[in-house]
Ligand binder design. Structure first.
Ligand SMILES: Cc1cc2nc3c(=O)[nH]c(=O)nc-3n(C[C@H](O)[C@H](O)[C@H](O)COP(=O)(O)OP(=O)(O)OC[C@H]3O[C@@H](n4cnc5c(N)ncnc54)[C@H](O)[C@@H]3O)c2cc1C
Length: 476
């Protein structure tokens, strides 16, 4: 360490939603803390992921809901006002400026250094600033890597030459392409296909698998497939792109079935890769480009000394903001406890372990219809070897669904651990189900016995009555 090295208790590399929360929690534990951020404080979520995508989807989903309500349907029959939707998206993305987040960071007394951070050895970080300076940092207690992920591009011949859209362009574009090809069948693919079809593109989805949202219950992907097709999206399953060129402004694709497809833009929504290729992992004996494996307190397992933490997308546990922020609360508390030489509470559901990462990760897919899930799917339950009973219910038979809109289509599935008499997984698919997910998260996380859940009375007539119907179905 030389005179110009700045020393903090905790250094956080990456100021996305997760890094911000690790830092805030460490500071709350009384530790001096700095965030190193190379782009915008708030990360992918605020500027190129959650916030802009949900701002684009909200009018689409609201219009779909309104179009099923007698008396309101004629009012929403016309096209969306594209300019207004994009302006709303821009506002919800804070016009790609992070002053508000900087103000918040100041208010919680965490320092910010702008620049690219790299580990240079145990508890050491060097920051290359935009001005070309290097700032050396040393940590007394911990370094947390929260550098997130970027789009992983498939090795299709020609991919480097066609300037494909990734999630960044799909959430920030200010023109609607006439024809958009979407490669992929996961969450980003279905949400962005929903948006751009509604804004006026002719969307074609090219999906490697035989269905959409393959990690969820099959009925979820089937209902989303129906919704996308009804909106005009052309979905082609078991199809890959074998080569790509851009000629005269158009993207020309050769497909695995030998066919050709031409589009104005192509979105590659084919997964995520960790941003660890240039964060100095080699200086501490780790491999650049790898996901960072962690224990339940978020210490990186492949390294001695217990000073390096990896929190959020970069550890691959659950690539979602809310779960990353949960991890950040746990990791920040664990860093604080260790630094202050307090006991670590690492029994399941303890204050310093992220037990919910294994048992209850909630997710909402904001399509028409929506999908909401938490805990196990039936496929995962089968693999887990537990004794599980699967309970299905047609959401259209719930009184709240009749009120929600005409011709309501949806489905719910609840998985019961029959040895413990608790709910271990729930999936809903249907309009408006996103807001139901937290009730399911509480049931799963709280391990609420079914006999007690029976006394949790859903209000009439809400979609929440599906809980009563699922329990009645289970009890026969
Ligand atoms: C299109 C899309 C929509 C999504 N929608 C949702 C949603 O609705 N809800 C949800 O929960 N999740 C959603 N997600 C997932 C969510 O965006 C991520 O889970 C979340 O952003 C992860 O947060 P993070 O802090 O771990 O990483 P990031 O948000 O990726 O932040 C990492 C930060 O680290 C910085 N960084 C990287 N390397 C360095 C370095 N060497 N030095 C300094 N800084 C560095 C980056 O600039 C960035 O600011 C969506 C993702 C996509 C792609």
């Amino acid at each position: 360490m030389n005179e110009t090295t700045r020393t903090y208790d905790v250094i956080v590399i990456g100021g996305g939603p997760v890094g911000e929360n690790v830092a805030e929690r460490a500071r709350a534990a009384g530790l001096s803390t700095v965030i190193v951020e190379r782009e915008l404080l708030g990360g992918e979520c605020s500027f190129w992921a959650c916030d802009p995508s949900k701002a684009l989807l909200r009018p689409v989903v609201a219009r779909a809901d309104a179009s099923r309500i007698p008396g309101l349907d004629p009012a929403v029959a016309g096209p969306l006002d594209v300019e207004a939707v994009l302006a709303h998206r821009d506002k919800m993305s804070s016009y790609w400026k992070d002053e508000d987040q900087v103000d918040w960071l100041n208010s919680v007394s965490v320092d910010l250094i702008r620049g690219h951070g790299r580990l240079t050895g145990p508890k050491r970080v060097a920051v290359q600033t935009p001005e070309g300076d290097t700032i050396a940092l040393a940590a007394r207690h911990a370094v947390a890597v929260s550098t997130g992920t970027r789009a992983a591009l498939p090795p299709i011949p020609g991919v480097d030459t066609v300037r494909p859209w990734t999630s960044r362009e799909a959430t920030s574009a200010d023109k609607v392409p006439g024809r958009l090809a979407v490669v992929g069948g996961g969450v980003v693919a279905v949400e962005m296909a929903t948006v751009w079809q509604a804004l006026g593109s002719q969307v074609t989805m090219l999906v490697l698998d035989n269905g959409l949202l393959e990690r969820m219950e099959p009925f979820a992907g089937e209902l989303v497939t129906d919704g996308l097709r009804e909106s005009g999206v052309d979905i082609r399953f078991n199809t890959t792109v074998t080569s790509l060129t851009r000629e005269d402004g158009e993207v020309r694709m050769t497909l695995s079935d030998g066919g050709q497809l031409v589009a104005d833009e192509i979105l590659l929504a084919t997964g995520r890769a960790p941003q660890t290729h240039d964060v100095g992992l080699e200086s501490v004996g780790l491999t650049p480009g790898d996901w960072l494996a962690v224990d339940d307190t978020f210490r990186v397992t492949d390294i001695d000394g217990g000073w390096l933490y990896a929190v959020g997308d970069v550890n691959r546990r659950a690539l979602m903001t809310h779960q990353g922020k949960y991890q950040a609360r746990i990791a920040g508390a664990a860093i604080g406890a260790r630094a202050n030489q307090e006991p670590i509470d690492d029994a399941p559901w303890g204050a310093h372990v992220a037990t919910a990462d294994h048992a209850a990760v909630p997710q909402v897919v904001f399509t028409t219809p929506e999908v909401a899930s938490v805990g196990l799917t039936s496929r995962e339950a089968e693999r887990s070897g537990r004794r599980i009973e699967v309970v299905d219910y047609d959401l259209a038979h719930v009184a709240g669904a009749h009120q929600y809109g005409e011709d309501y289509r949806g489905r719910a599935r609840m998985l019961i651990d029959t040895d413990r008499n608790t709910v271990v997984g729930v999936t809903f698919a249907g309009p408006g189900v996103g807001e139901l997910v937290h009730s399911a998260t509480i049931a799963v996380t709280g391990e609420v016995p079914l006999d007690r859940l029976w006394h949790a009375v859903p209000a009439f007539p809400t979609l929440g009555e599906v809980w009563l119907r699922l329990l009645e179905t289970y009890r026969g």
